[in-house]
Design a protein around this ligand. Structure first.
Ligand code: AVJ
Length: 327
């Protein structure tokens, strides 16, 4: 029609937007409505997650920080074996606050390694690179921007040094148990015998403590969930009213699944990218699982995915463990 120039997003951005739209429509037209928690982390979602980590109820980050601050020598001696040089690869490095303690310790020990953070966000990686260059000038760092396994393939193809892969924060808990198994198998398939993985798992514990971490009084977790609806409105031109949904959190101590839902408070129709979607009153959207594990489950997961568990290192409360596996 007119001579208006429409600024198209970069190809990579528009592919991401297509994928987001497809996943949202598929999830909300399914019999049991579902959204993917990986989409929580837009700019506002990142801010809300920072607030979650600072809440008194949210113990996960504090526990894993305790491990990286106070069990650093154990971590370092477990991953530096036979003095062989290695690549220390971190999946979803983010701000790398926890791993920085290990990096500093390894440098002080004059370990021969290169730090290779992988993150989907180029912004985060360049900020991290700048900060580490200031704080740890001796660190060799080589970032990889993209999807975990694509970048892992690149990292393993670029040299044949031993690999140690960090997957921290309890992020593995955002997968259903079966998916976590597939993920670990795929991780294993990118590694060679003798390579290692250090994976953070949140342990089963007093169920009230777990529920409180995800059902905070200040309502930050609720806002974190509702923010995904706002993101859909903004990026996909939808018209959901966030006041018509409320957050419901559930923890099942038998299965260890801590799940968050949004509940539709009324019968309502919304339009998302040309699709009319009906929510019945009290219909649920399955938003996120944060799986809690027993030590036995973690050991079994290692074996099922082709790893040998070398060590478990836990925080002083015994609430969280970083498990060290060898391929
Ligand atoms: C970033 C996946 C570890 O599941 O505990 C925090 C995300 N969700 N509060 C978690 C989250 C709600 C978090 N992980």
């Amino acid at each position: 029609t007119g001579a208006t120039t429409v600024l198209k997003p970069f190809p990579q951005e528009s592919i991401k937007l297509d994928q987001f739209r497809t996943d949202v429509i598929e999830g909300l037209t399914a019999k049991r409505k579902k959204l993917l928690s990986k989409y929580f982390y837009d700019h506002r979602g990142d801010q809300l997650f920072q607030q979650i980590m600072a809440m008194p109820e949210y113990y996960l980050t504090k526990c894993e920080l305790d491990i990286f601050q106070n069990r650093t020598a154990d971590l370092a001696s477990a991953i530096c074996f036979r003095e062989s040089p290695f690549d220390l690869i971190e999946l979803g490095a983010g701000d790398a606050v926890k791993s920085s303690f290990l990096l500093k310790f390894l440098l002080d020990q004059e370990a021969d390694f290169t730090y290779r953070p992988i993150d989907i966000s180029g912004n985060i990686l360049s900020e991290l690179g700048e900060r580490l260059a200031m704080q740890l000038p001796a660190l060799k760092i080589d970032s990889l921007q993209g999807e975990y396994f694509e970048m892992l393939r690149q990292a393993t193809g670029s040299n044949n040094r031993r690999k140690v892969v960090l997957f921290l924060g309890g992020n593995i808990g955002n997968m259903e148990i079966g998916e976590a198994g597939l993920f670990c198998r795929e991780l294993r398939s990118h590694l060679n015998a003798g390579d290692m993985a250090l994976i953070g798992f949140d342990l089963k514990k007093n169920p009230q403590q777990i529920l409180d971490a995800y059902n905070d009084r200040a309502g930050i977790t609720a806002a974190f969930n509702l923010n995904l609806l706002s993101r859909i409105n903004r990026e996909l031109g939808a018209n959901m009213d966030t006041d018509n949904f409320s957050h419901y959190q559930n923890y099942d101590p038998e299965t260890g699944a801590c799940r968050s839902y949004l509940v539709s408070l009324v019968r309502q129709q919304v339009d998302i990218a040309g699709n009319r979607i009906v929510f019945e009153e009290n219909e649920l959207i399955d938003m996120e699982v944060s799986q809690k594990f027993s030590r036995q489950q973690i050991g079994e997961l290692a074996i099922r995915s082709g790893f040998m568990q070398l060590r478990e290192i836990s925080d002083s409360k015994n609430w969280f463990i970083d498990a060290l596996w060898m391929a």
